[in-house]
Ligand binder design. Structure first.
Ligand code: SF4
Ligand code: SF4
Length: 80
């Protein structure tokens, strides 16, 4: 299972950091990153990736292939 990735769209809201069951979200100088060796996509902890569930920004978290986990329009309800 490939780790998720936080993009430059991240607004550093801190919502995801405390809920990661693996402590995989690292913050340095308000730049949020996911440690690819620690992220399990929440397997064994939750059905869906918890960071994705709570992230308020479309496109801020992507998969290894670069696909937005919350694609445009999914959170705002506005057409992409
Ligand atoms: S998918 Fe789960 S394990 Fe991976 S960074 Fe997000 S909350 Fe942590
Ligand atoms: S929840 Fe989303 S926007 Fe907030 S810090 Fe995490 S990745 Fe960034």
């Amino acid at each position: 299972m490939l780790a998720l990735v936080i993009t430059v769209e991240c607004i550093a809201c801190w919502a995801c950091e405390p809920i990661c069951p693996n402590g995989a979200i690292r913050v340095k100088n308000e730049i949020f990153r996911i440690d690819k060796n620690s992220c399990t996509r929440c397997e064994g902890h939750a059905e869906l990736p918890q960071c994705v569930e709570i992230c308020p920004v479309e496109g801020a978290i992507i998969d290894a292939e670069g696909r937005a986990m919350n694609p445009p329009g999914t959170l705002t309800g506005l057409p992409a």
